[in-house]
Structures are given as structure tokens and as C-alpha cells.
Design a protein around this ligand. Structure first.
Ligand SMILES: [Zn+2]
Length: 401
């Protein structure tokens, strides 16, 4: 078989052939996922089972593929507003359905590995694009008590299958950079600790080596845009508990890429990250990957604002104060109007000259005419420039000016 970097490079170039075209934006819902899964069921390659239902009784499926000794569990979208990897999982499944010159690679994977794939563990959250499930439980804080049916399903499956590896697929906010660099984090990774000691146990070490292998491949495509997720122990989360219970759990966070609103580029990176991981697991190459690659990868830092408005004069009691305003935007689902809308909040006010931002608004002589400058308040601001032009920001977006 060709070496990992050459193979993944070729598949990166051929990605469009495998990408699932039914995803036209990132706001994907259960109905489409169900349709795609039913479609897969017609192929003898996939074994589909309904493994339970969400609070609002939407089916949660597991797709089994392969017949190898090494079991791998992959799940996405336990946070409803984190859909990137769900799309990648279908690209990835399409890759296995295809027949082309990569058949020997596919066959080797399917001979040596058995994959159990749960796309969209939280369909109720996905329906309204929110993190939590229908009763507002964060599934990734529900491992221990497993109150929610969705968490119960995943916990049970790990106990039954005892997979050697687990891939915990998420999206992270847009404000991270690898360390204090001026680049955004496109992908971040974590082999979580099993307790507060942060010890590198043998199970965790396996996850670290796989991540090192993935990073070595990805850095060719996105140099400087890869980070390590912070490794604070969270006793209620799945990854930490899976490591404790013998599954080398790998957290993959889909981050930010400029002008990639639907995260289709990040989706492609996930596709190659997953294929790289399977390649090095099935050949055993991961055992030779150096922990150093993982530990040398800078940790995520919160350093980006979505919008930075520079040098705004605020007048209080006849005194003038010149400040920068750092704003974060989030997309939320508006149930009443059945649409998505941007919500914003002001994160920081003052000297932000050392901060990064995806958007910078800078004009001469800006003065705050109207609007509340409060931390965590919505960014509805009216500013006047030197030229008397009024700039009106509604929810952190410039709508007039
Ligand atoms: Zn998440």
C-alpha cells in the first residue's frame, strides 16, 4: 500500500467524488439523515440498526461496517449545533460505497477494522440548532447519571462493544487560535485525561499517537491552523470516561476557516482526518507516531473576536474615552419565525490592540451615538464617523453605513 501521506493527498484531491451532495448547508436535520441512512441500507456493506430514540422520539441509528478485530466507535453531533462531522461521516461512508483504484485500501480497512458509526446523536438539538437535547441537557455532561436517552444509548454501546478507539466529533467556536498565533484554529484534537491527575495512561497514549499521526497528515493542508484542545478533566464527559473504561477516545473539534460559513472546507478536513486515522490504525503505523507531535501542537487560546470595532469614542459625564469593542456572533434558531438568526454579544471593551478578529471595522473619529456598551450585551450600536456617516450595527452586523 502507498504511504499514508501520499494516499491521503490523493484522496484530498478526489474528495468531491465522495462528498455527499444532499448537504447544501450546515443546518442539517434528522429527516435528511434518516433518508441517507435508509439509502445506505440497500448496500450489503452496511448493517444499519436503530439503537434508540431521542426525547422527541427521533430514531438514532448505528451503521456498522467492516469485519475486523479492531472495533472503532465514531459518533457526531452530540451537540445539536455542531454538524460538521455529521456531514463528513456521510462523505466517509460514500467513500466506502465507491469502487475505484482505492479498493485495496478499503478492503484492508474492512478486513482489519469494524466501524460503528452514529451520525447525529442529538437529533432534537439539531432540529433547532442548539447544543443541548430537547430537555436542555448537555449530553456531554451526562455520562455519569445518563438521564437523557441519547447519553444512555452511547454509554450502553461503549459498554457492550468495548471499542479500542472512539472518535468524539464536535465543532468549536470561531474565537480560538493555536497558542497566541494570528491564525484561526481550523481543527483541534484532544486525548482527554481520565482524572484530575492528567496522567498519560496506556489507553490515553494510544489516542495521543493516533492524533499525532492525524496532525502529521493535516499540517500539510492547513499549516499553523491546528491546535490541541485544553486538557482539563471533565468528570461528566464521554471522552474522559471512555478513556477510563478502556477506549482510546479521540476528540476532534471542527473550528473556523475564513469565508467557510457552512464549514464545507472543515468538513473535507474531517474526511481526510478520519481516513488518515483508520489507515494508521489498520496498518499499526500509529504505534510509531511520536507523542511529541501531539505535545508540540499549541493549545487552543481564545483570541479571536468575530468583529472588532477599533477606536470608538464613548462620552460619559462630558469626558471622552477611546475604546475598542470586541464582539462575538453566534447563529441561533428562532423557533417563532422558523429561521436562523445571528445573535451577538459584546465580549470585551478597552484596549484590544493585541487581539485578533475575523472582521475589523475601523474608521476615523468614530463616536458612540446610541447603544449600550455592556459586557455580554447585544451589539446594537449606532456610531458616527468623522464624515458624519452613521454606522448602525444590529446584532454585531453592520446594516447601515
Ligand atoms: Zn461539542
Amino acid at each position: 500500500m502507498v504511504d499514508t501521506n501520499t494516499l491521503i493527498n490523493q484522496l484530498y484531491k478526489r474528495y468531491e467524488i465522495y462528498s455527499e451532495r444532499k448537504f447544501t448547508n450546515k443546518f442539517i436535520k434528522h429527516l435528511l439523515i434518516k433518508e441517507l441512512i435508509i439509502g445506505l441500507g440497500t448496500s450489503p456493506l452496511f448493517e444499519i440498526s436503530e439503537i434508540g430514540k431521542s426525547v422527541l422520539e427521533k430514531e438514532i441509528y448505528c451503521i456498522k461496517i467492516g469485519k475486523g478485530k479492531i472495533k472503532i466507535l465514531l459518533w457526531s453531533q452530540m451537540h445539536g449545533d455542531e454538524p460538521t462531522a455529521t456531514m463528513s461521516l456521510f462523505d466517509f461512508l460514500n467513500f466506502f460505497s465507491a469502487k475505484d483504484e482505492y479498493d485495496s485500501f478499503r478492503n484492508e480497512i474492512l478486513e482489519k477494522l469494524t466501524l460503528y458509526i452514529i451520525p447525529m446523536l442529538n437529533p432534537d438539538g439539531a432540529e433547532v440548532f442548539k447544543r443541548e437535547n430537547a430537555i436542555n441537557i448537555d449530553l456531554n455532561r451526562d455520562y455519569i447519571k445518563a438521564v437523557s436517552p441519547e447519553a444512555k444509548i452511547l454509554k450502553q454501546l461503549q459498554k457492550e462493544l468495548k471499542p479500542q478507539f472512539g472518535f468524539n466529533l464536535h465543532d468549536q467556536d470561531s474565537y480560538y487560535s493555536p497558542g497566541n498565533s494570528y491564525k484561526s484554529t481550523a481543527m483541534s484534537f484532544l486525548a482527554p485525561p481520565q482524572d484530575h491527575s492528567n496522567e498519560i495512561t496506556p489507553v490515553r497514549k494510544e489516542a495521543i499517537r493516533v492524533i499525532s499521526g492525524i496532525i502529521s497528515v493535516l499540517q500539510e493542508f492547513i499549516p499553523g491552523h491546528i491546535a490541541r484542545y485544553k486538557d482539563d478533566h471533565e468528570p461528566r464527559s464521554f471522552g474522559d470516561n471512555f478513556i477510563l473504561n478502556g477506549t482510546s477516545s479521540i476528540l476532534i473539534e471542527s473550528g473556523y476557516w475564513a469565508s467557510d460559513d457552512n464549514k464545507f472546507f472543515i468538513r473535507k478536513l474531517n474526511f481526510v482526518a478520519l481516513l488518515s486515522a483508520l489507515k494508521i490504525i489498520c496498518t499499526g503505523e500509529y504505534k510509531l507516531c511520536e507523542d511529541k507531535t501531539y505535545f508540540d501542537t499549541p493549545v487552543n487560546m481564545e483570541s479571536f473576536f468575530d468583529l472588532l470595532i477599533e477606536d470608538v469614542t464613548v462620552i460619559r459625564n462630558d469626558n471622552n474615552y477611546k475604546v475598542d469593542i470586541g464582539i462575538i456572533r453566534k447563529k441561533e434558531f428562532d423557533i417563532n419565525n422558523n429561521c436562523y438568526k445571528i445573535k451577538s454579544f459584546i465580549k470585551e471593551i478597552g484596549d484590544l490592540s493585541f487581539s485578533n478578529a475575523h472582521d475589523i471595522f475601523s474608521k476615523n473619529g468614530l463616536v458612540l451615538v446610541e447603544g449600550n456598551l455592556s459586557i455580554d450585551g447585544e451589539a446594537n450600536l449606532k456610531l458616527r464617523g468623522n464624515d458624519d456617516i452613521i454606522y448602525f450595527f444590529e446584532n454585531g452586523l453592520l446594516i447601515i453605513g
